[in-house]
Ligand binder design. Sequence first.
Ligand code: PMP
Length: 328
Amino acid sequence: MEQKKQFAYFEGKFVPLEEANISIMTSGFLYGTAIFEGLRGYWNERREEMYIFRLREHYERLADSMKIMHMVDLKYSIDELCKLTIELTRRNAPRGDTYIRPTIYKAAKQIGPSLLNNPTEMCMFTVPFGDYFHGVDGLNVQISAWRRVEDNAIPARSKIVGAYANTALAKTDALAAGFDECIVLSENGHVSEGSAMNVFMVKRGRLITTPSTENILEGITRGTIAEMAEAELGLKVECRQIDRSELYIADELFFCGTGAQIAPIISVDRRPVGDGKVGPISDKVRSLYVSICRGEIPKYSKWLTPVFNREAESLGKTAGKPAGTSCS
Ligand code: PMP
């Protein structure tokens, strides 16, 4: 079957993907001074529809990252960013799960990292995207010897491209040592997050996750779980510092993120988590999350933006941080 022509959004225009190229002198490439979002579109075969998950919330977070990185000269409203994302996805017309990657970058062609007098530009592409962890059900993870970037070094709450060198080192060493993933600690020794996902611990029927002050990216999936866990599963969610050794004696552990979705952890540093199998609560959270994302639970359709029908014009009806959660 002939591959449909793919488009990108690049510096103000939709262009064929192969024409969306930056110069090797671009500031964002030379210094990592770019920020991004990673969104997922979930394909619903029965309805022949693509649902973008929490579209608006991703752009609210992007706007925060832009503020931190002196990128507010790029004048797109959140509504415009949502519209561009829907339009690009429509043009590329995927018929399967899709990853959508907008990047905002410093575009001056000059030596020197200053963010001032350095125009900001934007690009976006879509690619087919299935499971992040291929062929593994429960993950074997290690505590990384690397530490998470500190807020006063590179703020982790902003999705800054340069900070992903930290992620890359941690992830690579975990894979090289034969693990599937890693958990990274902050300089203070407390748990921060996974390489590109947040962590939840289950202990005595409670869900516990690390606070936003622990150098984490404040994940949209994390907020989603915090919002629905009590309503749907009757689980209390607590947000507090987690010690490394608490991981070794947790009843269950799982990662969550746009890419990883819900990924149960079955061992940490070669110590089995619980009985070393995917735990029942992690499994329930995982099934519920997938059903929500695919548009199978009407109550949560507020989190989905359909791409191919006119409802898409409503641009993802939720706004702001998830309500009713003690987890920030
Ligand atoms: N932490 C990091 C470092 C990430 O890159 C991601 C993925 N965006 C997450 C956590 C999870 O965030 P979200 O649920 O918004 O995808």
